[in-house]
Write a protein that binds this ligand. Structure first.
Ligand code: HEM
Length: 356
């Protein structure tokens, strides 16, 4: 059986429903993936945020010095505290609050028209600004937040050398310390809500570390992939100003080329998946990008940990595509071979170069 590279594989390379690869089990059949996500007792979420490349001792020492920790809070929490924390965070992303953000999203897109790289000039900071506003976090330096969050993604999900870990580890630690400080200062609505609910500084920082990354890096990636793909199809580009077309195109991108290409679970006991026996304590890598023929997509997961930002991500993507296509009907894609972000769980083009 040929090896697949966990950081670059395509769906077509996964010829079996379950494939053992570099110590991990890649599960790609829709029914298996859905059943796994639906059963958090047999398939624990505990490894959701575990570093894919083991943290080297020198980098670990820096993390310890920075008192960095990621206790179980949301995505990595299989315990009883999950429901309450999830409710608290969900209150910031109710359908009403998300819908109310639409004019602001459109305004941000309009301010960002005219650039020559749609990632750098549009997709990069827009989701971060929207997220900070929804969470009531003011005076956040967005370029610093982006450096911390892209660095953290690479640190935890990348196939990286010890040297690279050491280059990134200060950003990981600084980000966490900034969160601890904001918690103690009750600086912003989110931190008020956490402190009022009696959530400790450590748990709050761990929760926010994940939320402030997951809540915007993924959307930057979705916008990047969607803009690139839309510009490859002139007929589609002409129809995208129609909101229904934009929304169904976003679903299509999520189904077949979602940014969060995989998500992980840990087996609590021995299991059999599509005829393959998998031991207790095994790391499963679930393929979330699907086939056209799958009944529904799993881009936002399923069940107890279903993404809390699905509505927001969909809205940001639809409004962005609709607005750019309406104002720039003759926009053209330039360079067809951009550098790609290739992490275990995140994939997207790093640039979308255009001319007009
Ligand atoms: C295209 C954008 C996004 C994608 C593809 C995505 C995908 C995912 C996936 C696959 C999960 C794990 C689901 C599971 O284990 O069943 C997840 C969880 C989560 N996502 Fe997203 N996400 C996106 C955007 C967002 C945004 C904008 C937010 C901010 C509100 C967000 C917040 C969360 C949270 C808080 C969780 C953990 C929920 C829990 O454990 O209860 N995500 N997301």
């Amino acid at each position: 059986m040929p090896l697949v590279d966990l950081f670059t594989f395509t769906r077509a390379e996964l010829t079996e429903p379950v494939r053992f690869c570099d110590g991990r089990w890649v599960v790609s059949a829709y029914d298996d993936v859905r059943a796994i996500l639906a059963d958090p007792v047999t398939y624990l979420p505990d490894n959701a945020l575990t570093a894919v490349t083991p943290v080297a001792p020198a980098a670990l020492r820096s993390l310890v010095r920075a008192r960095f920790s990621l206790p179980p809070t949301l995505a990595n929490n299989g315990s009883e505290s999950h429901a309450g924390l999830r409710r608290l965070v969900a209150s910031f992303f109710t359908p009403v609050r998300v819908a109310a953000a639409e004019p602001r999203i459109r305004e941000l897109v309009l301010e960002r028209l005219g650039g020559t790289d749609l990632v750098r000039d549009l997709a990069w900071d827009l989701p971060a600004i929207v997220l900070m506003e929804l969470l009531g976090l003011e005076n956040v330096d967005i370029p610093t937040l982006k450096r911390w969050s892209t660095g953290s993604l690479e640190f935890f999900w990348g196939n990286i050398s010890t040297e690279r870990q050491l280059e990134l580890v200060d950003d990981v630690g600084d980000f966490h310390q900034w969160l601890i400080k904001r918690y103690h200062a009750r600086d912003g609505e989110l931190f008020h809500a956490l402190a009022d609910a009696g959530v400790s500084a450590e748990d709050s920082a761990g929760l926010c570390y994940f939320l402030l990354i997951a809540g915007q890096e993924t959307t930057t990636q979705l916008l990047s992939t969607a803009l690139r793909r839309a510009l490859q199809d002139r007929d589609l580009w002409a129809r995208l100003p129609d909101r229904d077309v934009a929304e169904s195109f976003v679903e299509d991108v999520l189904r077949t080329e979602t940014p969060v290409v995989t998500w992980r679970r840990l087996t609590a006991r021995e299991v059999v998946l599509s005829g393959t026996r998998i031991p207790q304590g095994a790391e499963l890598v679930l393929l979330l990008s699907g086939k056209e023929s799958d009944p529904k997509h799993l881009a936002f997961g399923y069940g107890r940990h279903f993404c809390l930002g699905a509505g927001l991500a969909r809205l940001e993507a639809a409004v962005t595509l609709q607005t750019v296509a309406a104002h720039e009907p003759s926009l053209h894609l330039l360079d067809d071979t951009p550098e790609w972000l290739n992490l275990l769980s995140f994939r997207a083009p790093k640039s979308v170069a255009v001319s007009r």
